[in-house]
Design a binder for this molecule. Structure first.
Ligand code: DC
Length: 230
């Protein structure tokens, strides 16, 4: 069967990663979480003191350091889930904290950061057989992807999901704070100048507010079959 590129874009915390990961596993494709790459750059900024106390990023400092930031993925042999590595160190848990979540949007809005990461993402998709999720995969990274999905769900449902995720991991979280973070990221992601979050004209819209994981999985599998048999 011909291998294709599957681009899954959408709002934050709407379950894109779960659906993309599951699909990739099911069909034997490589899964790349492009958001993890923006998060890893953000973690690098935090750990290297590139954020001023008022939250401003030292853009010139980051520009100089971009070539020293190496992001890779490795499968966890136990869970078969991909883990994000920053300069050889597993940062999978560190990049999911609320601190990184609340600082990532301004980092992802920097054009030189996007340019560097998009180039790496395009190189990862050269052989096809890839499922990538993010915000600009169907519009900027792989505009010719054979299957494009744009996922959405209401902000409060997304905040509730993130709240439960953090609680399950034993991390302190306030629902109000998370909802604020989700809405703030939506606003920045949609209004930034470079590659703002938007549905590609040829992407299929999926509102999963009231879908179970199983229903969503079946829907996606069906779209994959249609795309590969087209
Ligand atoms: O999907 P996520 O929440 O892990 O993404 C983290 C941030 O990175 C989010 O605020 C938007 C940004 N992002 C982006 O700008 N482009 C992508 N392709 C993926 C994520």
């Amino acid at each position: 069967m011909k291998k294709i590129i599957i681009a899954i874009d959408g709002f934050s915390s709407c379950g894109k990663s779960t659906m993309a990961k599951d699909l990739a596993k099911e069909i034997g494709y490589i899964y790349i979480d492009s958001g993890a790459m923006y998060r890893a750059v953000t973690l690098y900024c935090i750990e290297s003191g590139l954020f001023a106390s008022n939250g401003q990023i030292n853009e010139e400092g980051l520009k100089e350091k971009m070539q020293d930031i190496h992001i890779t993925f490795q499968l966890n042999p136990e869970t078969q889930r991909p883990m994000t590595y920053l300069n050889g160190i597993n940062v999978e848990d560190k990049i999911r904290t609320l601190e990184v979540s609340s600082r990532v949007s301004p980092v992802a809005a920097l054009s030189f950061v996007r340019k560097a990461l998009v180039e790496q993402q395009q190189a990862m998709g050269k052989e096809k057989g890839i499922v990538m999720d993010g915000r600009d995969i169907g519009t900027a990274v792989f505009p010719n992807a054979e299957l494009k999905i744009f996922v959405t769900a209401s902000a409060s449902i997304r905040a509730q999901r993130r709240y439960e995720e953090l609680k399950a991991k034993g991390q302190e979280a306030s629902f109000e704070e998370i909802l604020h973070n989700v809405e703030e990221r939506d606003r920045i992601d949609q209004s930034r100048e470079v590659s703002p979050l938007r549905k590609a004209d040829d992407a299929i819209l999926l509102d999963n507010s009231h879908l179970t994981i199983a229903q969503q999985k079946e829907w996606l599998q069906n779209e994959f079959e249609k795309a590969t048999h087209a």
